[in-house]
Ligand binder design. Structure first.
Ligand code: FE2
Ligand code: FE2
Length: 278
């Protein structure tokens, strides 16, 4: 399986020559056998141009899966749908919610554009879904949210009940099965990667061979010892699974370094324009 990182926050080492634009966002082009999919669409249409620079023909894509309803993953969906109107876009119906975060006391909208809801190629899901024997998505189970990233408390949703913490039922996890190989792609893992791993094992009776995900571990104010310890114990939890991990986007350099102390070579960073062979 080959995964090309069409959008990520920074450019990969050795990929400087590619005229790709980077933004705070994520988009992955995945190909195996004669199949290909897109997971997420970055924060804007920029990923479409990056695909051109990286020799990726997006007209081949069978379907798009949106990991969750935040702008940095679905901001490019409109542009994609206009260019490729026949390619279905799968997302949880609840990903169209009004998501926001509090920034300096003010509410900042971080959801999808209003126009996204009207795209004819949209396929709205309600929970777990299987496209075929090789492609499926699952969502978090209720009451399984004991492990979270370090920052999630500031992420909110506004609905009839007012403003409340986002429980991330709109986050879906893409599973690709190629023969015996299983690959899990989980966007930002807002529900906590350890929880998602546990849920994967429960559903599939095994561990994914590879996990590609941001871990939502970022800190503007640096990492004190207790934060470092939290990340080390999260990495120790991940070390219990027979999986290797690829991370970027919302996992910052320091968090990757700390996790690497525990996971060693089982953890690899990915950046924009990188190609992962799994
Ligand atoms: Fe997010
Ligand atoms: Fe994100």
């Amino acid at each position: 399986m080959k995964i090309t990182v069409l959008m990520e926050n920074t450019k990969g080492i050795g990929r400087e020559a590619f005229p790709c634009v980077c933004e705070h966002g994520l988009s992955l082009y995945i190909e195996w056998g004669d199949r290909s999919l897109l997971s997420d669409a970055g924060a804007s249409e920029a990923f479409l141009n990056n695909a051109g620079h990286l020799g990726v023909d997006l007209s081949r894509v069978e379907a798009v899966f949106l990991s969750h309803g935040h702008y940095d993953h679905g901001g490019g969906l409109e542009a994609f749908a206009h260019r490729y109107p026949d390619i279905p876009i799968f997302m949880q119906a609840s990903a169209l919610g009004h998501f926001c975060r509090l920034q300096e006391g003010r509410e900042r909208y971080i959801g999808l554009s209003e126009q996204t809801a009207g795209l004819p190629s949209l396929r709205l899901l309600d929970g777990t879904f299987r496209l075929d024997s090789e492609v499926s998505v699952f969502v978090r189970e209720e009451e399984s949210q004991e492990e979270r990233g370090t920052e999630d408390r500031g992420l909110l949703v506004r609905d009839q009940g007012g403003l409340r913490p986002d429980a991330f039922y709109h986050e879906q996890y893409l599973v690709l099965e190629e023969g015996a190989k299983k690959v899990l792609i989980s966007g930002c893992a807002h529900n906590g990667i350890a929880t998602i791993m546990k849920e994967f094992r429960r559903r599939f009776g095994c561990d994914p061979d590879a996990v590609i995900s941001g871990f939502h571990l970022r800190s503007k104010n640096g990492y004190n010892e207790s934060k470092r310890q939290l990340i080390r114990s999260m990495a120790a939890e991940l070390a219990k699974y027979e999986s290797c991990y690829y991370t970027g986007h919302c996992t910052d350099e320091t968090a990757i370094e700390i996790m690497g102390e525990v996971l060693g070579e089982r953890l690899q960073p990915f950046r924009c324009a990188d190609v992962l062979l799994i």
